[in-house]
Design a binder for this molecule. Structure first.
Ligand code: ZN
Length: 222
């Protein structure tokens, strides 16, 4: 799929433990795409290029509701990816299965974005020649509904989790604890149970760093 260099390849990743991603094997000299508690969305995405990214919003409601959360996300991504990620006020309408503009993450706040799985949020990532290209995240507004008794940290964790998908990080094969006792936020169960700290865990931090490090392999393979 990543051989079709001229096209953006679309990858849809659901927030569901049941989604199976085929495992990839790489030659010893290739990019490192998985490790202890983290995994990249291979084969489509192995790295991130140096261009800055922008977070935009599907509509004004999404912008109002999600701006405070994605500001934290943008700061974390900027630090760990080593590329500038800023939150804009731009409206970029999203459609499932369609790639947002280059280096744009479009976020949408909507009730039951996947009617077949009404409790889920989901995200999609687009790639170009092995690099993360753009993405979207559909955040389930039911998490804010009175009576659902969602905690604020759970909302933030879901946004953390889905945003990481948009740049090419997926669910790890295993969900170990790090030195501080945290599990990967990309493990679905832990997205909802971890009492978040407005930070990615050390596992996602490693994945982001590897997206940056893998650039060298991408240059060699072109
Ligand atoms: Zn997920």
């Amino acid at each position: 799929m990543n051989r079709i260099a001229a096209n953006t390849a679309f990858v849809l990743t659901l927030t569901a433990a049941a989604v199976l991603t085929p495992h990839d094997t790489h030659p010893a000299t290739g990019p490192v795409t998985a490790g202890h508690g983290w995994k990249l969305q291979t084969p489509n995405i192995t790295h991130i290029d140096t261009q800055p990214w922008t977070i935009a919003f599907h509509d004004t409601t999404s912008r109002t509701k999600l701006t405070p959360y994605v500001k934290h996300t943008a700061a974390e991504l900027s630090t760990h990816l080593g590329v500038k990620v800023t939150v804009s006020t731009r409206i970029v309408p999203t459609t499932v299965g369609k790639c947002p503009p280059s280096h744009t993450i479009a976020v949408r706040w909507i009730s039951k974005p996947n009617p077949a799985h009404p409790n889920r949020s989901f995200a999609g990532a687009c790639s170009l020649r092995g690099a993360a290209y753009s993405g979207y995240a559909y955040i389930n507004s039911d998490y804010w509904a009175p009576g659902r008794r969602f905690h604020e940290y759970q909302r933030q964790n879901v946004i953390w989790h889905e945003t990481a998908h948009t740049v090419g990080v997926t669910h790890p094969a295993t969900c170990p604890k790090d030195k501080t006792g945290r599990k990967p936020l990309m493990c679905d169960v832990d997205t909802y149970t971890s009492t978040g700290t407005r930070r990615y865990s050390s596992f996602e931090q490693t994945a982001f760093k590897q997206l940056r490090t893998n650039r060298t392999h991408a240059a060699v393979n072109k």
